[in-house]
Design a protein around this ligand. Structure first.
Ligand code: NAG
Length: 184
């Protein structure tokens, strides 16, 4: 039962990338994470896996709804059209506030959304990993910025955080954030 649900949920993700053997890595997360300071607008600077047919100008706007839950509105421009998707985020364990769960539909379980590191005002390093029967795992990773572009040095430091936590980001690619303000 659990098995088939996991497969239905995970199969579309697997198609998008090569799964990694073994269970999820267990990265360190942002100490004393402050959810309120994290709220507001973040732009996608880079992401894993590389998906070439995706939209551009991807950004997310987080709004606090309670002390431990948030509204998540992500948007992208695909084929000249602005598309929005709304979700709910929660802190699942108050002892680990940097480990959020986000769901974009009430029929889907919360997916991990872990803030590995952030200074709240420039950059955030985010990781999501799902174990499949502890045999392999499927992961996503993002570098987010408060601005549409970040200095190379900042991106390099963010990438190192993944690497230092045994997260394979060789296939991470920059997100397209050019010409966005004109279209919006
Ligand atoms: C983010 O969401 C809040 C609350 O819904 C809204 O007031 C604000 O204008 C939004 N900001 C952006 C950049 O969309």
């Amino acid at each position: 039962m659990k098995f088939s649900i996991a497969l239905v949920f995970v199969l579309p993700l697997i198609k998008a990338q090569v799964p990694h053997w073994g269970p999820c890595p267990e990265p360190a997360v942002q100490p004393a994470f402050n959810l309120k300071q994290f709220m507001g607008r973040w732009f996608e600077i880079a992401r894993l896996p590389a998906q070439f047919e995706k939209g551009q100008c991807i950004e997310t706007n987080f709004t606090l709804t309670t002390d431990s839950s948030i509204r998540v509105v992500s948007s992208e421009i695909l084929n000249g059209e602005l598309r929005k998707i709304e979700g709910i985020g929660v802190i699942e364990d108050m002892k680990n506030p940097a480990k959020l769960g986000i769901s974009y539909s009430y029929v889907l379980p919360y997916s991990p959304y872990w803030i590995l590191s952030t200074d709240y005002v420039n950059v955030a390093v985010v990781y999501s990993c799902t174990d499949v029967l502890r045999l392999f795992h499927v992961d996503f990773a993002w570098i987010l910025g408060r601005t549409r572009t970040l200095p190379d040095a900042t991106i390099m430091k963010a990438t190192e955080i993944f690497v230092n936590n045994n997260i394979d980001v060789l296939r991470m690619r920059p997100s397209k954030q050019q010409g966005c303000d004109k279209t919006l």
